[in-house]
Ligand binder design. Structure first.
Ligand code: SF4
Length: 448
């Protein structure tokens, strides 16, 4: 076996013997599929550090740990989704999903979408017509009249043609074969070579359940293929642009700026010394979310990373509207605010929604509130300000701008001017003019 310390010698296997032999029943087709994949990898001599084998639940899902490549094992029916995520994030990796017919049924939509999008993963389906791991229940590929634990009288369903389904969804490269195909390793290597989505449907034996119950052997598999008029071999070979490649190119070509967005330049300093969470609680119609976005953009123009999460009912213009903004000089990996540093309560709706959180605020938090609101007991430092009265003089739609300008002036997280600049850049001149007055009035309320 090739190791990283001896890169000049070729890999003779990609499987490890450290955890013993494969865990499959005698005669199980999974032996053949897994060993064929090993041979295919040997044929291509890929760096195991750059290969990921993705599996989900089912007997075939036990295979990934027997390889020296990277592995990802997840929920039943989701192998394709994990594989797609890996490929989108790390396009340089060779991503191979191993999935049973059960997983293909559970995650049928994922099969449609990977084929439609043409994401460059290889999908190998170990198709043995039943759920072997759980005792041989029928799956989407169980033939009509097939006997399983859940169809003891004979399956009444029409089996799903996995290849036909993938092709109908636009799959670029599709191959059907059986575990008796001597060319299986070479075919898998060919599938791995495809830049777009490639799928091999391998019909095989579950010798513990489906085969004994249905006398399924090589000849019987051939008869099933004839019965359903299904061909083996290469069924689709229509190469087209791979999705993650196209996605990246579109992004790099400036798709974002073409849609009217422009990068945010850093123009201001900030005084943020740790990840800081700000909750803004108001009413629908008070421009809470759009003002929080301007606030986050102002934070970014002050050199900060920012995230925003919103909470509002399914209705519009009624009920609460909450925004949570996190700002930090470091990358923000956790986007929830467990203990807010600043809490801004603008209206009765916001107070009603946030009351339980306000009661739990730590003494390190500053709570800014419209002065007419009756607040619950809290350990937070409380600053009450006449935002509603101020908004009545400017515009009732500017109350969130007034509140955040006051909070910003008091907290000094970053300059109030950054907030004003974000407003000027993002809003139409007439609206910006009103909101710039609101910024000035809000900051004046909290003037130090
Ligand atoms: S139960 Fe069936 S699929 Fe699972 S290992 Fe045994 S023969 Fe293979």
């Amino acid at each position: 076996m090739k190791t990283s310390s001896a890169p000049e010698s070729p890999y003779t296997t990609y499987m490890t013997s450290e955890i013993g032999p494969l865990p499959y029943c005698p005669g199980c087709g999974h032996h053949v599929v897994v060993k064929a994949l090993d041979k295919a990898l040997v044929m291509r001599q890929l760096d195991p550090k750059k290969v990921v084998i993705v599996t989900d639940i089912g007997c075939i899902g036990l295979a990934d740990r027997y390889f020296i490549t990277n592995a990802f094992h997840g929920l039943h029916g989701r192998a394709i989704t994990y594989a797609c995520g890996l490929k989108l994030a790390r396009p340089e990796l060779t991503v191979i999903a191993l999935q049973g017919d059960g997983g293909c049924g559970i995650g049928g939509t994922h099969l449609l979408n990977v084929a439609r999008r043409n994401i460059g993963i290889t999908l190998i389906v170990a198709n043995n017509f039943n759920y072997g791991m759980t005792g041989g229940q029928h799956s989407v590929t169980t033939p009509t009249e097939g006997l399983t634990a859940t169809t003891p009288w004979g399956n009444v369903e029409q089996p799903m043609d996995l290849c036909g389904t993938a092709i109908a969804a636009g799959a670029a490269w599709v191959y059907r074969t059986t575990m008796f195909d001597k060319e299986l390793p070479a075919t898998m290597a060919q599938a791995i070579d495809q830049p777009g989505f490639a799928m091999i449907d391998v019909w095989e034996l579950c010798t513990a359940y489906y085969s004994p119950r249905n006398k399924l052997d090589k000849a019987a598999i051939d008869n099933l293929l004839k019965k359903y008029e299904l061909k083996v071999g290469l069924l689709a070979d229509k190469p087209r642009a791979e999705y993650s490649d196209r996605y990246r190119k579109a992004y790099e070509a400036g798709a974002r700026s073409a849609s009217g967005r422009s990068p945010i330049d850093v123009q201001y300093d900030n005084a943020v010394d740790r990840q800081t969470g700000i909750v803004i609680a108001g009413s629908a119609g008070q421009k809470i979310r759009s003002t929080a976005t301007l606030f986050a953009q102002a934070a970014m123009s002050s050199g900060l990373d920012a995230t925003q999460k919103d909470d509002y009912p399914i209705t519009v213009m009624t009920g609460h509207s909450l925004s949570e903004v996190i700002v930090s000089n470091e990358r923000i990996d956790y986007t929830a605010i467990d203990a807010p540093d600043y809490f801004v309560v603008i209206s009765q709706d916001g107070l009603k929604r946030a009351r339980a959180r306000i009661e739990q605020l730590p003494e390190t938090c500053t709570l800014y509130a419209e002065e007419s609101l009756g607040l619950p007991d809290t350990k937070a430092r409380v600053v009450r300000l006449p935002w509603a009265a101020t908004a009545r003089k400017i515009s009732r739609l500017s109350i969130a701008v007034i509140a955040l300008a006051a909070m910003l002036r008091d907290s000094e997280l970053f300059p109030v001017e950054a907030f004003a600049t974000a407003i000027s850049k993002a809003q139409k001149p007439a609206i910006a003019e009103t909101n710039l007055k609101a910024v000035e009035a809000g900051a004046a309320l909290a003037k130090k």
